[in-house]
Write a protein that binds this ligand. Structure first.
Ligand code: SAH
Length: 204
């Protein structure tokens, strides 16, 4: 599947019925999701690999990985309502993804999801709850040797310090993230903010 085709397919995915601000539920826009996935594909981290999506929400990243030929894909999401939508989206696109309703803080999760080759994720940025991304980084680096994650632009130095003993930032790709007015506290109809896609490689 070509990049443009992937983007157009993911564009059709349904979003959150009622997004919850406390969980920072922003669906990754299709162009950004496709960009992350295609980059990972080109690096050899998707096709034929076991892939895990942490905070899978309505499923775009997990479904995209399945469409790009991952051997198996698991999505972990705390909000059962989002999991319902994710399953509908997967069925719509004929993508084979196992969605697990769980909190990334659940200590039994590494065992439940098993080791995966690649983690892909768009975790909460910590806008509502400081350091909300940390349990995601922790679980990701426990589960997989390669992690692709989206962060707010400017986060890289902090991420580097946080992971320094466990992993290194192998790549940093800048991108933009446009979000429509979602929550009452948003003042503009569309807001675009800069993000970074980081590729983390675990140290052995
Ligand atoms: N990956 C999705 C959603 C990104 S928004 C996409 O790309 O569209 C972040 C997601 O993380 C939300 O769906 C939110 O419900 C989920 N989340 C937040 N805290 C969580 C936690 N502690 N455990 C599991 N999921 C969590």
């Amino acid at each position: 599947m070509k990049l443009k085709q992937l983007e157009m397919t993911l564009q059709k995915a349904k979003g959150y019925a009622k997004p919850r601000p406390s969980l920072e539920q922003y669906m990754t826009p299709a162009p950004l999701a496709a960009r992350l996935l295609y980059h990972a594909l080109m690096k050899g981290d998707i096709e034929g690999k076991t892939v895990c999506d942490l905070g899978s929400g309505t499923g775009v990243l997990a479904i995209g990985a399945a469409l790009l030929g991952a051997e198996s894909v698991k999505g972990v999401e705390k909000d059962p309502n989002a999991v319902v939508v994710a399953k509908e989206n997967a069925a719509l696109f004929g993508a084979d993804v196992e969605f697990i309703t769980a909190d990334v803080l659940d200590k039994t999760l590494p065992e439940k999801i098993g080791p995966c080759d690649t983690v892909i994720m768009n975790p909460p940025f910590g806008a509502q709850k400081i350091h909300a991304d940390r349990p995601f980084i922790d679980l990701a680096l426990t589960a997989a040797p390669v992690v692709y994650s989206i962060f707010n632009a400017g986060s890289t130095p902090f991420v580097k310090v946080y992971i320094r003993k466990r992993a290194e930032v192998a790549e940093q790709v800048g991108s933009a993230f446009a979000i429509k007015r979602t929550f009452a506290f948003h003042t503009r109809d569309v807001r675009e903010f800069e993000v970074e896609i980081l590729r983390l490689i675990r140290k052995h």
